[in-house]
Design a protein around this ligand. Structure first.
Ligand code: NAP
Length: 248
């Protein structure tokens, strides 16, 4: 009998030149996934991640696209289909942060936040969906934040965008269940990446002391949950908060 050919799953990870996204790419590549690593500004970093993985025989393509712009998202999807013919998993990870008093946020800053952190999820998901609906399978994972659940002082715009992601996740999971497409979000607490580099060591220590597990999160903590969500097949519409017990 002819052996059944195992086709690797195709995954798009947005905003994966560094931090959580880069770690997700590294972890998934260990398991035979074929990946499109999206980046916007950090081309050198994206190329470094790709080079390291390709040297180890992994299938990783990189593609520059500003996911806050629909036209660029369309090109990202077209490129993925050209390279790998299908899209099985979409990980909406790209995001920016801003710490500022609510009273001082300008219209432009507010719009930039919503465009990058929420509209990007709308564009990527909408553009990737036709192929998933056609295949009657798919997995969408949105990287949200603890602040989208509980609200962060001096991070109102960020919290609003992430709360929007949570709403989108739940509603879309209901709409897409009959197409066998699962939609979930991961809402990390404090993860050690460049996003938090503006904090002093002392401020980080204070945060750590507020966390019941008494440690800051790592990119690997998030990547492990992503992997689990891809492999699972009965979880949808959930916001999974990886936060060491910081928010329960
Ligand atoms: P990071 O180290 O600052 O990385 C952010 C990534 O997003 C970069 O690769 C950046 O790419 C990309 N990006 C930003 N805007 C983009 C755009 N318009 N188009 C394409 N790529 C874009 O941050 P991180 O901590 O890994 O954050 C990743 C995600 O986790 C974000 O959604 C963030 O809100 C969320 N999160 C982080 C934490 C945390 O504590 N770190 C906690 C909760 C949630 P380029 O540099 O190439 O532009």
């Amino acid at each position: 009998m002819e052996a059944k050919k195992i086709i690797p799953k195709t995954v798009i990870v947005t905003g994966a030149s560094k931090g959580i996204g880069a770690e997700i790419v590294k972890q998934l590549s260990q398991d035979n996934y074929q990946i499109v690593l999206n980046y916007n500004k950090s081309e050198t970093l994206a190329k470094e991640v790709q080079k390291q993985l390709i040297q180890n025989g992994k299938k990783v393509e990189i593609f520059k696209a500003d996911v806050s712009k629909r036209e660029e998202v369309k090109k990202l999807i077209e490129y993925t289909l050209k390279k790998f013919k299908t899209i099985d998993v979409l990980i909406n990870n790209a995001g920016i942060s801003q710490v500022k008093l609510f009273t001082e946020i300008t219209d432009e800053e507010w719009n930039t936040m919503i465009q990058n952190n929420l509209n990007s999820v709308f564009y990527c998901t909408q553009e990737a969906l036709p192929v998933m609906i056609n295949e009657k399978r798919g997995c969408i994972i949105n990287i949200s934040s603890i602040w989208g659940i509980t609200g962060g002082s001096c991070e109102v715009a960020y919290s609003t965008a992430k709360a929007g992601i949570n709403g989108l996740t739940k509603a879309l999971a209901k709409e897409l269940g009959s197409s066998n497409i699962r939609v979930n979000a991961i809402a990390p607490g404090f993860i050690q990446t460049q996003m938090n580099e503006h904090l002093t060591e002392n401020e980080k220590k204070e945060i750590q002391e507020e966390i019941p597990l008494n440690k800051l999160g790592t990119t690997l903590d998030v990547a492990k949950c992503v992997k689990w969500l891809i492999e699972d097949d009965y979880t949808t519409g959930q916001i999974i908060s990886i936060n060491g017990g910081w928010y329960i």
